[in-house]
Design a binder for this molecule. Structure first.
Ligand SMILES: Nc1ncnc2c1ncn2[C@@H]1O[C@H](COP(=O)(O)OP(=O)(O)O)[C@@H](O)[C@H]1O
Ligand SMILES: [Mg+2]
Length: 460
């Protein structure tokens, strides 16, 4: 039986990643000779860039790379393009390296010095087994990772790293933390992480008690927060501790703190300063220990200037503030977030999704996500319900993510004409400037919008 698998219509595409020019060129040349479509990258960073632009069937990746190393590349590719098989190239033939490579999600590995015959055999075998491999690999991997890190905060972009770094530093201190960010950016997740880290540093039996200040009716607000005594008002048939006492030495998370009525704000300020609450109907204050975290999607400074939020309370809450960037400003986090959230829904639904197809990922990367991570989460949940494993396809995503393909022919519609001109113009620039990053720069648009426009241009 021949080992030659690439179908005649479209050769399988291979990405070769190695910083040593000799190995890179030899592999690329050999594979081209075998009929594959080959691209080569001299670094992990470049490989990720190439893999964002088009789909590869197989990536051959050296473990030892300057900068982003082979295992990092593996991680990135797993999230970005789960359809791509990764073969790691290692320098040592030890069982440990092999085991580690597989544990990290590599589909196979090669040991240096590389025998071209081996390369060929492994690629051919992977391509033959493609469907089997697709079933479960990545899903299992994502879930294992999630379990290890617990309720983890996904984010590798500098902005998210800064947030998490600050969160880690402030967590073991008693400081109040104000968590800012648009709705759906992960304020709840970060609050829980701070609580967990605080408890890890100094274990108590304190609880994490979230309070949504926007959801509690004003007349119940103070009794919920500060507690009440039996008989304090109609329906108060017994003492109630309130969230500060309930949390013990744990954390009270005041979500949407900007919605607190001014009178309650005054009492909250007192609680923070005196470390005590006065339950409704009580004559003596009660000591409390809970740490306070607060979150809002409002600009509290503006609210204070407008007289809707107490300036002094703002200063008290704002000792340390963390700002979660909107998802559209950290698109590099999207592949990992999508993989993580998809794995969660796939597991819950018992449907073995492994990732997003190349086209679905392109659509997701191009969309601005006004609802941030929560919107992404909802979109993926919907895809798991509507779609069929293993891959999320563009048609499984909400319709607003995928612009309609094609357009009415022969029309005077200005929009259509402009779109047509734009396509021709972009095509022309790309002809002269094949490097997409550079082309995007010249066009004055972002790399992701360039990809989106290219995709749209390819639509029938
Ligand atoms: N960095 C992140 N890593 C993993 N999941 C996240 C992250 N940020 C948000 N999520 C998920 O997105 C959804 C919305 O996050 P949430 O913390 O409730 O947002 P917010 O409180 O800012 O409105 C939740 O399902 C949460 O688990
Ligand atoms: Mg929230």
């Amino acid at each position: 039986m021949s080992l030659r698998t690439p179908p005649p219509a479209q050769p399988a595409s291979i990405l070769v990643i190695d910083d040593e020019p000799v190995i890179r060129d030899t592999l690329a040349e050999f594979l081209r000779g075998e009929g594959y479509a080959v691209a080569a990258a001299e670094s992990g960073e470049r490989a990720v860039e190439l893999a964002s632009a088009r789909r590869f069937d197989v990536a051959l990746c050296d473990v030892n790379l300057p900068g982003m190393d082979g295992l990092d590349v593996l991680d990135r590719l797993a999230a970005l393009c789960p359809e791509t098989f990764v073969i790691l190239i290692t320098a040592y033939a030890t069982v440990e390296t092999a085991v580690e490579a597989f544990q990290k999600g590599a589909h196979d590995y090669l040991v240096k010095p590389i025998l071209l015959h081996d390369v060929h055999a492994k690629i051919a075998r992977l391509l033959r087994q493609r469907d089997l491999y697709r079933e479960n690999q990545w899903l299992r991997r994502e879930l294992n990772r999630g379990a290890e890190a617990g309720e983890l905060v996904v984010g590798r972009t500098p902005a998210m790293k800064r947030v998490m770094d600050l969160a880690r530093r402030v967590a073991p201190t008693p400081s109040t933390v104000l968590i800012l960010g648009e709705s759906g950016t992960g304020k709840d997740v970060v609050a829980r992480v701070i609580h967990r880290l605080a408890q890890a540093a100094k274990p108590t039996d304190g609880r994490f008690v979230p309070v949504n200040c926007a959801a509690i009716p004003h007349e119940l607000m103070e009794s919920q927060l500060f507690g009440h005594r039996k008989g304090a008002f109609t329906g108060a048939d017994r003492d109630s501790p309130g969230v500060f006492v309930h949390a013990g030495a744990g954390t009270v998370f005041l979500d949407e703190v900007g919605e607190l009525p001014l009178t309650t704000q005054a009492k909250l300020l007192r609680t923070i300063e005196q470390k005590e609450v006065l339950p409704v109907g009580a004559s003596e204050p009660v000591k409390v220990q809970a740490r306070i975290l607060a979150a809002t999607n409002k600009n509290l400074e503006k609210e204070a200037a407008a007289g809707r939020f107490r300036q002094d309370l703002f200063f008290r809450l704002n000792v340390v503030s963390l700002t979660l960037p909107p998802l559209r400003d950290r698109r590099d986090d999207l592949p990992e977030l999508a993989a993580f959230l998809l794995a969660r829904h796939a597991e819950a639904a018992g449907k073995p999704f492994t990732g997003l197809s190349h086209e679905a990922m392109q659509a997701a990367l191009a969309y601005p996500w006004p609802g941030n991570v929560r919107e992404l989460d909802n979109a993926l949940q919907r895809a798991v319900i509507l779609g069929e494993p293993p891959l999320v396809l563009p048609e499984d995503l909400p319709p607003n993510l995928t612009p309609p393909a094609g357009e009415p022919a022969g029309t005077d519609d200005l929009r259509v004409a402009v779109a047509r001109f734009e396509r021709q113009y972009i095509a022309r620039v790309l002809e002269h400037t094949p490097d997409k990053r550079e082309a995007a720069r010249r066009l004055g648009i972002s790399l992701s919008s360039l990809y989106r426009k290219i995709e749209e241009g390819e639509a029938p």
